[in-house]
Design a protein around this ligand. Structure first.
Ligand SMILES: *[C@@H]1O[C@H](CO)[C@@H](O)[C@H](O)[C@H]1NC(C)=O
Ligand SMILES: *[C@@H]1O[C@H](CO)[C@@H](O)[C@H](O)[C@H]1NC(C)=O
Ligand SMILES: *[C@@H]1O[C@H](CO)[C@@H](O)[C@H](O)[C@H]1NC(C)=O
Length: 324
């Protein structure tokens, strides 16, 4: 009994636990957070969607400001008969996947408006990469995001022998594009699998069989720098990243444009008025409108574009550029 009391006393000294009933909270959150003050910092836990004590979980979570009907609006054509992944993608798989990254700031950094913008930006990338919309498509070319969950007629296996010791290709397995931000090549399946603790090198098909996993892989990519000392797409978007002198000279500024540089480098950036770049930007702006944020919140053209930017990563070691 005495020992127990002592332990409790020590715990109480280390951490002052404050259970709030939400009365003093200014946020219209559906879930009442468990709040703790640790060393003067407010940390929260909101259960399944934002678990573990994190400052980010004190803010509104994605399901507070982005609901099923909005997901349906954004991806309104994905289950039409001509789509190529009918019945695959849904709101729940997105939210379930996002839950893993919300305690790290995905959709929860900087307040509700920044959260909405980040979700629109991330999904803008996703919509553009998974679209089967074209100029005369019904509903317009931007209504066709999440039409695919994989590359339909791959012309090769995307096995890069340069990585035969680190990420060896499994015989008979094809590493063609799959997912929400499609993964190509053995080494990319290998790295993603390591991060998610799923054997994607042997089973890349898991990505096209499981929408939650597909979104998890995409959000992981969004949240993770390609290389050490580089920012993630998330960092450049929410303002965590401070450009160096070199970045400034390379026209890399915080904002949406640079997310394209992080994710695709010189495949879409530094090429002037590039069509694939404009397509990604158009999806982002369209989603901002549909989410009720409005495209005027996206900021000026310089921030949206990467037309003049020098790529973070110049030509990779081997023929490792992904293409769809
Ligand atoms: C939470 O949101 C507020 C604005 O409502 C913002 O100032 C703060 O930075 C956010 N917290 C984190 C950890 O991003
Ligand atoms: C899909 O992937 C998620 C995340 O890895 C996992 O929790 C879930 O069990 C998987 N679903 C199926 C049906 O395998
Ligand atoms: C800046 O860019 C130059 C030329 O590309 C490079 O040699 C130098 O290492 C870079 N400096 C930093 C701090 O990245």
């Amino acid at each position: 009994m005495e020992a127990k009391k002592c332990v409790l006393a020590v715990l109480a000294l280390l951490v002052i636990v404050v259970e709030v009933n939400g009365g003093g909270d200014d946020q219209a959150s559906s879930v009442k957070p468990l709040v703790k003050i640790v060393k003067g910092k407010k940390l929260c836990d909101k259960g399944w969607e934002c678990k573990g004590l994190s400052a980010y979980c004190c803010n509104e979570t994605i399901s507070d400001y982005f609901q099923t009907y909005q997901f349906e609006n954004l991806f309104s054509k994905r289950n039409t008969p001509v789509a190529h992944a009918v019945g695959f993608w849904d709101y729940n798989s997105f939210i379930t996947a996002a839950a893993l990254y919300q305690p790290h700031g995905f959709g929860t950094t900087g307040g509700k408006l920044m959260g909405q913008k980040e979700v629109a930006a991330f999904l803008g990338h996703v919509g553009s990469k998974t679209s089967c919309g074209y100029g005369v498509a019904t509903g317009g070319p931007l209504a066709w995001g999440l039409c695919y969950n994989k590359e339909m007629s791959p012309s090769k296996l995307y096995c890069d022998d340069y990585y035969k010791y680190t990420y060896p290709c499994t015989p008979g397995v094809s590493y063609h594009g799959r997912g929400a931000l499609p993964i190509y090549w053995n080494y990319n399946y290998g790295k993603t699998g390591e991060a998610l603790k799923i054997d994607l090198l042997n089973h890349p098909e898991y990505i096209e069989n499981n929408a939650t996993l597909a979104f998890e892989a995409a959000i992981w990519r969004w949240m993770t720098p390609e290389k050490k000392n580089q920012p993630s797409a998330h960092d450049v978007f929410v303002g965590n990243w401070k450009p160096t002198k070199n970045d400034t000279l390379s026209k890399r500024v915080p904002g949406f444009g640079t997310t394209m540089n992080v994710l695709y480098g010189d495949q879409v950036c530094g090429k002037g008025d590039d069509e694939s770049m404009n397509n990604i930007v158009s999806h982002y702006l369209y989603y901002l409108d549909l989410m009720g944020v409005g495209r005027e919140e996206a900021g000026p053209h310089e921030v949206l574009s990467c037309a003049e930017q020098v790529s973070f990563n110049q030509a990779a070691p081997s023929s490792s550029s992904s293409s769809s």
